[in-house]
Design a protein around this ligand. Sequence first.
Ligand SMILES: [Zn+2]
Length: 497
Amino acid sequence: MRAAVASFEFEGNSLSLRVTTRADFARMGLHEGAAVLQAAEGKDLALTGGIKALREAGVKVVPIFAAKGGAGGHIEDSFLGEALHRIVEGIAAALPLDGVYLALHGAMICAEEKDPEGAVLAALRARIGPAIPIAVSLDLHAHVTPRMVAAANIVVGYETYPHVDAYRTGACAAGLLVRAMRGEIRPVTRIRKYNAIVPVLGGATLGDAPMAKVAAEARAMERAGRALSVSYFPVQPWLDMEDVGITGLAVTDGDPAGAEAVAQDILDAMYARRRDFELLAMTPEEAVKAALRMEGRVLIIDTPDSIGGGASGDAPALLAAILSHAPDVPAALAIVDPAAVRHAEKLGVGAEAEFEIGAWQDTRWFKPVRVTARVERLCDGNFVYRGGPVAGATGRLGPSAVLRVGGLRILVASHAVYEHLDEHYAACGIDIGACKIASFKQLMNFRKLLGPGVDFIALHGQGGTPLRLQDVAWQHRRRPYWPADDRDVPERLPDSV
Ligand SMILES: [Zn+2]
């Protein structure tokens, strides 16, 4: 048996001004043909898990295309066109095939096309016909659309946040695909959706967190034999579209009504806990003052400027607060500002000068912070991720500089790059273990750094990834929606084409 594999992963954000181009995909990973297998080799990617499961079942894997773009605002429509063409025509050229596995994120947006994954899957289905099973793995934050579900036979989402199960999810989707290819099952996928969004930060699945309980219910439904696979999608909430909302999904063996019932039940399990996903948060000033009162080290999470959620990574609000309230405390803060990097490079290591930092790309909420700093170090900004969904891949901050002001080390980077743990700091010689305060522009992986003597504070405020979703001036999201409106029976969103 032969199965084609491809990946196309990007997380969009309607509130972000970042536009991701073909060059950004090329920097983060863009491969075709046999190079796809080399790129996936030894990683923790969904694609890697999918390939492994297919091979273990004796299936010949035909690699087509792989593109990874991280997160941002939207991607250029021209690159969607290119990727769609390469995936669809590449797979068509590989016929005859017994199955197709695609690793997608599921929350991609373009300037024009608001459902790129739906467009890719619909075009693929039209091209290869109805007989060949298509399996898809998605991120937990996917915006699952009826068009995607109509074109695919099998859809499986990550179940963990932080995302530590991309590999396992790919293997699960491909495992069901193998069973479908052998004719052992006839999988059907159904979704149910509510007009509700929940804060990403409150959706951790660690310990007995509320979303961990949703995960446990999904696994219990599978164990009870109600479905082959059950997924829940708290959804990427910063998508300003009227069809975006939390989603339940189930795959059953030839039982559409059963899949609908299970999708409804897991969706209700998530919605019932909606208040539990809300978290306490502080302004930057409150957070810095509180950190100084706390024992041990404190990670301050710049929630409204999360690079992994698509924000620009250039918000300087926390920088200003540290300079005002904790100027001599050992601290580390990373921020994106290529002009400040160029300024530091021109000055050279050891020079002291005035810098304007931050708010260069996204000027809607903040002004740059003016600071006199010494150039402590210049670096190339390359590092290897030690874990998470991109484990083993190279992160490229681009040319970077470490600026020193009192106790604070500011890591100024050229590119907004997904943060996992402290790899980006370590690559530029900053030891966050020696810092009372270390800041992060990410919402999930920091939890792996917590423990005895290490606590965290989340920020609220304005930005591309704000915590308080009801405060956003949505243009397309319709009322009533949670959390602006609280209904016991929320409004359903369309779940079939
Ligand atoms: Zn995610």
